[in-house]
Design a protein around this ligand. Structure first.
Ligand SMILES: Cc1ncc(COP(=O)(O)O)c(C=O)c1O
Length: 406
């Protein structure tokens, strides 16, 4: 079975938008197009349900029910309970709040581990725990390959480590880290695990319950949804960490780490992300429980993306004027492809714009990994990122344009 990209693209109004015709979109890691069910729900919410939710009148009941639906359906697809999933303004904000909770919970002499492969969102807020006297250990990437080696993590772990933070997939290296293996290592040493899934989730929602991390974060606006951060916090950890919300909300797990009042409309509209995955499953004959449907859709997306990715990697690794960051084999990589050039990457992105290619150049807030790999963050990298709605014709168009500018 292969992914029906005509069906897929019909679910995204952007592909029917006259102002975007002729533009091939390769900056999906920055933010994806939004699927039609999310847009429809957002509009319906603003037209029909834009009232304080959970009051006894009909519009309010519908609003609250739709917010609950979003949490319950996305949580089910990720293999966790509905109250283990919560929404915050962004992943950066979510890690900031979680770091405050850890700061209050940890004891003198405790340590955490962070990587230098992460986007700053899953790095800086944790590193600031050093200001509170906690030891921060860095799990370093290989400066040539950009990869994290679990053997190096083993050397950093001991009974003082309370938390290990790492990315499911870096937004510049693109390598898919073995979450199950890393989580097992951390758990064996008695540490909790926080995974940044922002660059992975757009390629298929993972079965977080099955994989085992205690925290899994991703951003809905890069996963065909509205501008929200989504976090899974498993019950044991969520109840252990001190409540960060109003004191009277401490008893509700999904409220404990979201001190801000939620964006009701966007939370409700996130149910459209589940609609989209279910629509894809139904169209491709994938049946079963929520995790099975999400996994089936994940595998379809992954197969399509991998087939499109390898020719791009093959093309780039042959170029003397470009240093391809991260793995050269599509099977080990998400379709988030960064290349360092001997000039400012933003210039190259501007040239690509002239060829009808939407891409970006810069540091993408991955200053630490770029620096560790010897890439000047001022020059940055040209990032070419795509997802399952991208077609072979668009990749061919990209290759032609790259041939011209590199
Ligand atoms: C891998 C990764 N983690 C975290 C973030 C931060 O997400 P947010 O914009 O929701 O704060 C990004 C955003 O680019 C990202 O790419």
């Amino acid at each position: 079975m292969t992914l029906d990209t005509d069906f897929v693209r019909a679910q995204f109004p952007a592909f029917a938008e006259p102002s975007l015709v002729g533009q091939a979109f390769f900056e999906n890691a920055g933010g994806s197009y939004t699927c039609a069910p999310v847009i429809a729900r957002l509009e319906r919410y603003y037209r029909q349900r834009k009232v304080q939710p959970y009051a006894p009148y009909a519009a309010s009941q519908l609003a609250g029910a739709e917010m609950d639906e979003a949490r319950a359906r996305l949580a089910a697809m990720m293999g966790v309970a509905a109250d283990e999933l919560s929404f915050g303004p962004s992943t950066t904000q979510n890690t900031y709040v979680l770091a405050q909770a850890f700061r209050q919970w940890m004891e003198p002499g405790d340590a955490i581990i962070v990587t230098n492969q992460d986007h700053e969102a899953n790095s800086g807020p944790w590193r600031r725990l050093a200001d509170a006297g906690f030891e921060v250990r860095e799990w370093k990437i290989n400066p040539e390959s950009g990869l994290l080696d679990p053997a190096d993590l083993e050397n950093l772990l001991d009974d003082r480590v309370r938390l290990v933070c790492f990315p499911h997939c870096s937004n510049v290296v693109g390598a898919i880290n073995p979450v199950v293996e890393i989580t097992a290592l951390a758990h064996a040493a008695g540490a909790f695990v926080c995974v940044d899934g922002v660059s992975y989730a757009p390629h298929g929602l993972p079965d977080v319950g099955g994989m085992g991390p205690d925290i899994y974060l991703f951003s809905a606006y890069k996963t065909y949804g509205p501008h929200q951060g989504i976090m899974v916090i498993r019950r044991e950890l969520g109840n252990l960490l001190p409540n960060q919300a109003h004191y009277f909300n401490a008893g509700t797990l999904y409220k404990r780490f979201t001190p801000a009042g939620p964006d009701h409309a966007q939370v409700a509209a996130s149910a459209g992300m589940a609609d989209y995955i279910d629509d894809l499953a139904a169209h491709h004959g994938i049946t079963g429980g929520a995790v099975t449907r999400a996994a089936g859709v994940h595998d379809l997306m992954r197969a399509h993306e991998t087939a499109l990715l390898q020719p791009l990697l093959d093309f780039l690794k042959e170029r003397n004027s470009a240093r391809l960051i991260g793995p050269f084999e599509a099977e080990h990589k998400a379709p988030t492809v960064a290349v360092a050039l001997n000039r400012a990457a933003a210039e190259a992105a501007a040239q690509l714009a002239g060829h009808g290619i939407m891409a970006g150049g810069g540091d993408f807030y991955a200053v630490r990994p770029l620096t560790a790999m010897g890439v000047d963050p001022e020059r940055g990298v040209l990032r070419l990122s795509f997802v399952h709605y991208t077609t072979r014709a668009e990749v061919d168009k990209l290759l032609t344009a790259l041939d011209d500018i590199l």
